[in-house]
Design a protein around this ligand. Structure first.
Ligand SMILES: [Zn+2]
Length: 86
């Protein structure tokens, strides 16, 4: 296996962000895939990131009430708080 596939965590995060917005090149997606296969921290980051993107897209799609917006904010805050504890 080529060294080309081994990228560090900051590069993986960058690729992950790009792929959320469909800007990653096939090569970057490939490298990200390999990195996520053996890096637990980045897998967690990737999951959280897609949850956030989903929440943002949802809030854009529907006109939601202030209560719903507040609930999302609380949920996001909670997830980050849990992350900081560990
Ligand atoms: Zn990593």
């Amino acid at each position: 296996m080529s060294k080309l596939f081994f990228i560090d965590c900051s590069k993986a995060a960058e690729c992950c962000n790009k792929s959320q917005y469909k800007e990653a090149r096939p090569m970057e997606k490939m490298m990200l895939f390999f990195h996520l296969a053996f890096c637990r921290a980045c897998r967690k980051f990737s999951t959280k990131n897609s949850k956030l993107t989903e929440a943002i897209q949802k809030s854009n799609l529907q006109s939601c009430t202030e209560e719903q917006k507040q609930a999302w904010r609380e949920q996001i805050k909670k997830e980050f708080a849990e992350d900081n504890v560990q």
